[in-house]
Design a binder for this molecule. Sequence first.
Ligand SMILES: Cc1cc2nc3c(=O)[nH]c(=O)nc-3n(C[C@H](O)[C@H](O)[C@H](O)COP(=O)(O)O)c2cc1C
Length: 177
Amino acid sequence: MVELLRKRRSIRKYTPRKVQKEKIIKIIQAGLLSPSSKNSKPWEFIIVEDKDKLEKLSFTKAGAAFLKNADLGIVVLGNSELSDVWIEDASIASALMHITAESEGLGSCWIQVRNRKYNDNITSEDYVRQILNIPSNINVLSMISVGYAAKIPSPADLEKLEYRKVYLDSYANKYSF
Ligand SMILES: Cc1cc2nc3c(=O)[nH]c(=O)nc-3n(C[C@H](O)[C@H](O)[C@H](O)COP(=O)(O)O)c2cc1C
């Protein structure tokens, strides 16, 4: 698992190669298998394959432009009526789908939607809601772009992890690795 996590990087450039449906299903299964508070499963997912919609979604906020060149996007929704901690639950689902994409040999990237703005008057959430016909009581947390990576970045170096942020028994006592 740590080897997979070392290789997981945010991929923002993709080849035009199509992602096989079996791989999309694996990624969605990972989302649906996510743990959630009180097992409330407040998440829902919209798979976006339509090129026109992907392009529109790429304008959701600054830092989303690369979505238009992804083969697909997965929009991660959360129902706050089902859980007071839907943000945590939908975040875990987003992260597990991101890492499952890596395990399937795909590149992906988390695009933040919640708390972001399309412009001064429209939130990124409302912009996405209107493109994908999402009702106003359903929140939009993130979008996960997915495709075959144009370039494979080098894996993270275990030697360079921020071990200094880990403590033993007390904040006053660093964990010794
Ligand atoms: C909550 C969250 C929000 C993020 N939002 C964006 C985003 O909107 N656009 C983007 O290009 N990357 C986004 N990222 C990816 C981060 O920039 C990336 O994980 C970080 O720079 C570390 O790089 P790495 O994933 O390659 O290790 C987000 C990641 C997380 C966890």
